[in-house]
Write a protein that binds this ligand. Structure first.
Ligand code: GLC
Length: 416
């Protein structure tokens, strides 16, 4: 499935319009800074236009790495009043200012794809050699600073770290987050997008309460991991980290850098923890785990299908994928339509996200992969480069001229 040349040219125009000189905004009005996993995936779009620019996208993100190894969720390169909470709320003390949490680690996987498909091999391999040590330190940070001692799982301390901010997966653990009296909240996101497509106020209050709590702890990442009122093991983080570790190990061997054996050893430990605690032994489905409450959560979301990319496929999971693919005209719905929590237009509570289809398809072959590519291509042709879509009628929702949607058109739908 491929897109017509005019659509690919339009995708390139979106990236150029969202380019701020070495880094790219996810969307002009809604997200006017640099976001972590957006940038990694956006670099895959840049690679089709200009490989040096693609490497620069990753380098600008890694330049904001914290001394502890964390690569932050947002880099606030320059002030912009259109987003809340901005750097004056986070107050992490970094230059340039950043948020104080992370996002799902896709950098290594994106870099591996850039290397594998390089046109200028010397350029891309040299770039990879420069970037890999920082990426390795970030991965190590997940294993060391964010390790839950009881389960060996990675601790996620904020729904924004999962990239799937208001997924129903977080309803239960979020309910235990206290909201301070007199919390002041601004919803600048509602200027650009209708309220019924964005998270509810009750959730937003808790998102902000967590930021204020960590700020009071001066962004002590070990304390956040141990004591955050929201402590979960997130399927997206785990499955993408597992895939990224495998990609990192392969890159290390190919380029003769880092310590591939050490990476392989910690990858095996991570895989064991996921199989033990997140994967249901009967259905094969990957669930979230509420570490604060000490139990696996029953809620189900489409991020479980990232397991194919992470090498954790089972027959049961394949059957579930087939059922989710058949459940709506435009799969994958982020929540199954038969689930009582399904909302067809609201953010991560039902809509189909082309970027999630792209990530899931990355681990699939044959008919299911072709189906996801066909859906994404049709959505883009009919509705442009949107953030997400109604899975029942395909209608475009959320932000417009969205960078990672344009990038996946260039990287995935242009050449499979
Ligand atoms: C939203 C999404 C997150 C993404 C960001 C920028 O916060 O939930 O995954 O990184 O927007 O696109």
């Amino acid at each position: 499935m491929s897109l017509p040349p005019a659509t690919l040219e339009a995708a390139a125009r979106v990236l150029r319009a969202n380019d701020r000189g070495g880094w790219t905004v996810p969307a002009r009005d809604l997200y006017p800074f640099q976001w972590n996993w957006d940038s990694a995936l956006i670099a895959l779009g840049w690679r089709r236009l200009d490989e040096a620019r693609a490497l620069q996208e990753l380098a600008s993100l890694l330049a904001a790495q914290w001394p502890c190894g964390m690569v932050p969720q947002i880099v606030f390169h320059r002030p912009d009043p259109r987003y809340f909470p901005g750097p004056e709320v986070w107050r992490t003390g970094r230059t340039p200012p950043t948020s104080g949490i992370t996002q799902p680690p896709v950098l290594a996987s994106c870099l591996a794809r850039m290397v594998a498909r390089a046109r200028d091999r010397a350029l891309v391999e040299a770039g990879a050699r420069r970037l890999l040590p920082a990426i390795e330190r970030w991965h190590r940070w997940f294993h060391e600073v964010r390790r839950d001692p009881a389960t060996g799982l990675v601790v996620t301390v904020h729904p924004w770290e999962t990239g799937m901010d208001d997924s129903p997966l977080w309803d239960e653990p979020l309910a235990h987050v206290p909201v301070p009296e007199g919390l002041r909240l601004e919803r600048r996101d509602l200027v650009a997008v209708p309220a019924d497509q964005r998270p509810r106020m009750a959730h937003y209050r808790r998102f902000l309460a967590l930021v204020l709590c960590f700020r009071a702890w001066r962004w002590d990442q070990r304390r956040m991991a141990a004591q955050s009122p929201f402590r979960v093991a997130d399927p997206t983080t785990h499955l993408l980290l597992l895939a990224a570790e495998r990609d990192l190990e392969a890159l290390a061997r190919r380029l003769g850098v880092l310590d591939p054996e050490a990476i392989a050893a910690r990858t095996a430990r991570l895989e064991g923890a996921i199989r033990r605690h997140l994967q249901d032994p009967e259905s094969g489905f990957i669930h979230a785990f509420d570490l604060a409450a000490g139990r696996r959560l029953a809620a189900r979301a489409a991020c479980a299908f990232l397991a194919f990319r992470a090498g954790l496929a089972t027959d049961g999971l394949t059957r579930a994928l087939m059922a989710w693919l058949a459940a709506v005209p435009f799969p994958l719905p982020t929540v199954h339509p038969a689930d009582p929590g399904f909302e067809r237009r609201r953010y991560w509570r039902g809509p189909v996200w082309p970027v999630l289809d792209r990530l899931v398809a990355w681990g699939l072959e044959g008919e299911p992969a072709a189906r996801l590519a066909a859906v994404a291509a049709e959505l883009i042709r009919r509705f442009g480069f949107r953030e997400y879509h109604d899975p029942l009628d395909g209608h475009g929702l959320g932000g417009r001229d969205f960078s990672w949607t344009a990038a996946l058109a260039l990287d995935w739908l242009a050449d499979g």
